[in-house]
Ligand binder design. Structure first.
Ligand code: FE2
Ligand code: FE2
Length: 295
């Protein structure tokens, strides 16, 4: 089933660009380091009413269309990894095309966000595979370039097939999701069992789930947790799904929590140039990843 059948073209992409979702996250979760700085006031001032409407509309669509069946269909399609094969560097070039249709006040292209995240992790002395996770964590956003609407690429992720937590942003929009009328999906545990572990839980479809499966053979397990759950805010910020988590998940979520501030708050105006950074990152990618990745 193509998403285009469900909604009109504009309705597919209510955000001015996919980064607007992350800008909104910074308003929900301001950088603790800048809470008392002028920056915060300015952030709010720059955030126009119309942009807020775009974000709200984005969540309306996301919560309406991310059903259990939708997730199964997307997994069946994308987890075959039969779209193309390319080196990560080509994927980043491909991702940077996303800036083309964005507005002039987007200051960073996708590659810059990835490098700022990975450099902040590297500067804090974390293991090299975590630096690599910083570099590739948003690579799944290539889904946009395969024609997926914004609401099937970015946004907070959440389990499908069980009751929605009111800790998920705009929970009222779940009333529009057909799954709300399916009693099997609306008990607290839904199709799952108590503390079954997140491995057996289906998450809403997006760039996190896609890159997680893509990287499964190559990255140490804590890194895979960072990839799969970095947008699962209702759990890593609010512990809303403890009833599905295993002991191991709880242990591993310490890594997800360690990673999150690097994703949100690593903007660095004095970032080293790509020419300077290139030798390190080429060696890092060669250490863990094959020459070509299957998308
Ligand atoms: Fe992300
Ligand atoms: Fe990110």
């Amino acid at each position: 089933m193509r998403n285009e059948n469900l909604v009109s073209k504009e309705d597919q992409n209510p955000l001015k660009n996919i980064d607007q979702w992350e800008e909104d996250l910074l308003i929900r979760y301001p950088d603790p380091a800048s809470i008392n700085a002028d920056k915060e006031e300015q952030q709010f001032r720059n955030y126009e009413e119309t942009e807020k409407d775009g974000v709200k509309e984005f969540y309306r669509l996301n919560h309406t269309y991310q059903t259990y069946d939708f997730v199964q269909q997307k997994k069946a399609d994308y987890l075959k990894f039969d779209k193309e094969e390319m080196p990560v560097w080509s994927a980043f070039d491909f991702l940077n095309k996303l800036v083309d249709d964005s507005d002039p006040d987007t200051d960073l292209d996708q590659m810059q966000h990835l490098l700022q995240t990975s450099e902040a992790i590297r500067n804090d002395g974390h293991p090299d595979w975590m630096v690599l996770v910083g570099l590739i964590h948003d690579m799944g956003k290539v889904l946009c370039l395969y024609g997926e609407p914004q609401w099937a690429v970015v946004g907070d992720t959440f389990p499908v097939g069980c009751a929605y937590s009111d800790k998920i942003v705009y929970p009222e929009f779940f009333n529009l999701n057909p799954d709300i009328k399916n009693p099997t999906y609306q008990t607290k545990l839904g199709v799952y069992t108590q503390n079954c572990g997140l491995d057996s839980v289906h998450m809403s479809w997006g760039h996190d789930e896609y890159v997680y499966h893509m990287m499964k053979p190559y990255i140490p397990e804590p890194g895979l947790y960072m990839l799969r759950y970095h947008s699962f805010y209702s759990q890593h910020r609010d512990n809303a799904y403890d009833h599905l988590m295993s002991e191991k998940d709880h242990e591993m979520f310490k890594w997800v929590q360690l990673f999150n501030p690097y994703d949100l708050y690593s903007k660095n105006p004095n970032q080293k140039s790509w020419d300077e950074l290139k030798p390190y990152y080429e060696a890092l990618v060669n250490k863990y990843l094959p020459a070509n990745i299957k998308f």
